[in-house]
Design a protein around this ligand. Structure first.
Ligand code: PMP
Length: 355
């Protein structure tokens, strides 16, 4: 590290994103992207005419997109916040709502950025253990008296809790913000969005990266009461008021004109998820029930890291973490049916070679 680097980051362990090889050598099932390209409407919207306008800054208020999202979700534009991916949104929320007196809590096994943001901002934080089978027990969060961040469905497990359970958590922590990260809600899950009309401490975050095939565009959004949104806006205008670039805004708007296409893709992904889990079951794997576009699975005969490496050597990338609690497990993004067949074939090969 450079001697010019501030010592306050000495202990910080940065987030490690999944591998993004820039050639297409791999069947890429490691970062929960959609295997399907954006709809034709998106390709038409991000055209030469739009590129020509890149000499001008984008609308810092994102008015058109916020109005469209507001209409779609039955809220006012003041209830919608746009960010450069939900990662940025999460960072703004940690910055806006947490401090020494307002600590934050999240599940011990969840999205890796939560502890990184807490450490970066030097926030006191609690990692609430999951129960047997990676089950999140809502009772662990009721009346906790801390800000709370929960991914629902959770990552990397894919397990979800009900809206009734979320309501109980939100209702019992009236003086704290409850952030529900719904990055994976569009693959069979249920959004708790209607609750924002009832509770001013609920912040619901979603993303265009998964269901809307726009991971490369970087767009996340939050829906909440006007108070929380105004807080996020204050932070955004203090860091980067032009956080949504023109091409992304145009692409995102166009996805909203092709909802049918994305719903079809989601159905295909849900079918491939059930298929892959059933085939893995035949091979003796244990797979958690998932409502996301990935599955969390383990092979009783092979350590997770070894299976990850063997798959990589055969051209299939999945995600594995070197953490003792989950080192047996692999997170496998659901690709196309063809990609899942390649993945399954490689798994069968590897098990056969292992004898
Ligand atoms: N939340 C969760 C739970 C995620 O898994 C991810 C993606 N890795 C994100 C948020 C961030 O997604 P994005 O920044 O692409 O919107």
């Amino acid at each position: 590290m450079s001697r010019y680097m501030s010592a306050r980051f000495d202990g910080l362990e940065a987030y490690v994103p999944g591998e993004q090889p820039q050639d297409m050598r791999y069947v890429k099932l490691n970062t929960n992207e959609s295997p399907f390209p954006p709809s034709p409407e998106v390709r038409a919207a991000v055209n030469a005419a739009e590129a020509e306008r890149l000499n001008r800054y984008p609308d810092p208020e994102g008015k058109v997109l916020r109005a469209r999202l507001a209409e779609m979700y039955g809220v006012e534009p003041d209830n919608v916040f746009l960010a450069n991916g939900s990662d940025e949104l999460l960072f703004f929320a940690f910055l806006a709502f947490c401090d020494g007196e307002r600590p934050v809590a999240f599940p011990s096994i969840s999205y890796g950025f939560y502890p990184v943001y807490a450490q970066l901002l030097r926030l006191p934080y609690t990692e609430v253990p999951l129960r047997e089978g990676f089950v999140l027990d809502p009772a662990d969060y009721c009346g906790l008296g801390k800000n709370i961040v929960i991914a629902n469905p959770n990552a990397p497990t894919g397990r979800a809790i009900s809206t009734a359970d979320i309501e109980e958590i939100v209702r019992s922590n009236p003086d704290h913000v409850v952030l529900i990260d719904e990055a994976y809600v569009d693959f069979g899950g249920e959004s708790c969005l209607p609750l924002i009309h009832k509770y001013d401490n609920l912040l619901v975050c979603q993303t265009f990266s998964k269901f809307r095939s726009l991971a490369g565009g970087r767009l996340g959004f939050a829906l909440a009461g006007g108070g929380l949104i105004a807080g996020l806006e204050k932070i955004r205008y203090s860091i980067n008021s032009y956080n949504i670039n023109r091409l992304t805004a145009a692409a995102a708007l166009a996805t909203l004109d092709s909802n049918g296409y994305y719903l079809e893709n989601s159905k295909k992904i849900q079918a491939s998820r059930a298929y892959a889990a059933a085939e893995l079951d035949k091979l003796g794997f244990e797979t958690l029930p998932s409502l996301a576009n990935f599955i969390f699975t383990r092979c009783p005969r092979m350590e997770g890291g070894a299976l990850y490496q063997a798959l990589k050597a055969k051209g299939v990338l999945v995600r594995h973490w070197d953490r003792p609690e989950i080192s047996d497990w692999l997170r496998v993004t659901i690709g196309t049916r063809e990609q899942m067949d390649i993945f399954l074939d490689k798994v069968r090969e590897i098990l056969k070679e292992a004898g």
